[in-house]
Write a protein that binds this ligand. Sequence first.
Ligand code: GDP
Length: 610
Amino acid sequence: AHEAAMAARSKDNLRSPICCILGHVDTGKTKLLDKIRQTNVQEGEAGGITQQIGATYFPVDAIKTKTAVVNRDNSFEFKVPGLLVIDTPGHESFSNLRSRGSSLCNIAILVVDIMHGLEPQTLESMKLLRDRKTPFIVALNKIDRLYGWKKVDNNGFRESLALQNKGVQNEFAKRLSDTKLAFMEQGFNAELFYENKSMSKNVSLVPTSAHTGEGIPDMLKLIIQLTQERMTGSLMYLSEVQCTVLEVKAIEGFGMTIDVILSNGILREGDRIVLCGVDGAISTNVRALLTPAPLKELRLKSAYVHNKEVKAALGVKISAPNLEGAIAGSRLMVVGPDDDESDIEMEVESDLGALFSRVEKSGRGVTVQASTLGSLEALLDFLKSSKIPVANVGIGPVFKRDVMNCGTMLEKNKEYAVMLCFDVKVDKEAQQYAEEQGIKIFTADIIYHLFDAFTKHMAEILEKKKEESKLLAVFPCVLKTVGVFMKSNPILVGVDVEAGQLRMHTPIAAVRQNAVTGVKEIVSLGRVTSIQREHKQIQGAAKPGQASVAVKIEMGGHQPMYGRQLDEKDTLYSLISRPSIDCLKDYYRSEVTNDEWNLIKKLKPLFDIP
Ligand code: GDP
């Protein structure tokens, strides 16, 4: 058995590590990828570099050639058969390369613009890499923009730096130390790659230029080095199938297809496969395993080559029946001869279930909708760390029923009647319904933009609440009427403040006993809209012991009238209520004196407040 195990680990069975490129927009991720893919014109087919579905494969010989300038003495030993680099840089691919919370991306390049330092998406990427425990190096890109940089195309970085004048070297040193400090603030120890003594403790910074190609040989060598140091041996050998759906696409002549990254094992035509769909697990049979036709064969009938079987690691397009509703980011499992298909279906569905069950138990929270399992997971992680509760989650475009679901929050917690939609389309009818109902829909394809929008929304709500509370806050007062100048619409009376303070906008009421029935009646008069003393408007409050004031009281509806519903002899009070008392407690505690709290206590029975 031991021999068999050893044989299974022969060199032919090694598999290549998978590499993702992440970083802020415009740092040069695409350009770097283009540059390392670039065919050497003399070499023709570029030493076996192959374009796959969603990824580019670099056989080790191509990498050896590309790193020759920084491995002149051949002392660096290559052990991996090659490197699979994912073609679409960014969060999306990285977070979709997932399996049960861990990443199938073995190694990553985080691209930072040396002129800009760490930017919001850099921080997001770092968080993702840290959460998924993915080893990474940092490409400190655009070194050719250092003022006065003299280039040597595709050179090793150390040699190129040595050729620069003092001014360039100083600027580089300054930016390097700024970058190291910025990484330190994020909890990472970062070192220039040739000064890094421990790749397991420190992140390596490798300066690059995607324009001149300088530093790219170093970057490739480092990626291989880090892989060989950090990937456990077993990971590099072919074993059971590990596969993830990166994209779901309709293709002419094939119908709905899925683009997958096979990170381990072997896939064969006719295999029974199970993956996650919006309506539960999808079980189907592989009809075709497609890879792009080499350039010279493109004039043939199809753009694709059919494969009987494919080996990890690679990107491949799968054509099969019933793929509508397949979800990107889903695991793909193969049903083996001894497997129970329904067990596998349950396991695959649990990926989606695990995310859907991460909603708030109280049922209070925002609604989250994302395009893929990976982005949904990343978004939920992000909201959790930002302490934003989530009540509903969904996958795919936003339809009216999703908005209606979110709308239940209008009654429970109005501020959570919000949909945070990541990289999904919003149906027209859904948008219109949301506007009618007052449900906010925020869409973005960058997570922190969503977060910013939501934070702003919450701040606005708080501001509005304070504004509303201004009218709700009622300071207690007792007024004695000394003269009635207008009986109604508006009421204009002269009063003495006997207790408390009389403020603008205070609601005023009289409390009387019905002459016939003897029942207590609260006669609401409206709010104070003007306070004058000796014909001058008072801005602050009128208090006991001060001269009488003339008070105007107005009411929106039908105002009671002196001589009818009330009498000059009636004492007037500020009309307090439970909410008004709570509001004073919440927002105005520091402005209410002890005497006033006592007055409130005295007035409470008058207005039947328990
Ligand atoms: P991405 O958004 O990270 O994929 O960035 P791109 O690869 O699209 O590059 C953004 C811009 O930066 C483009 O205008 C590139 O030409 C430019 N750029 C990328 N890398 C370099 C570099 O090394 N040096 C210079 N000077 N410009 C670069």
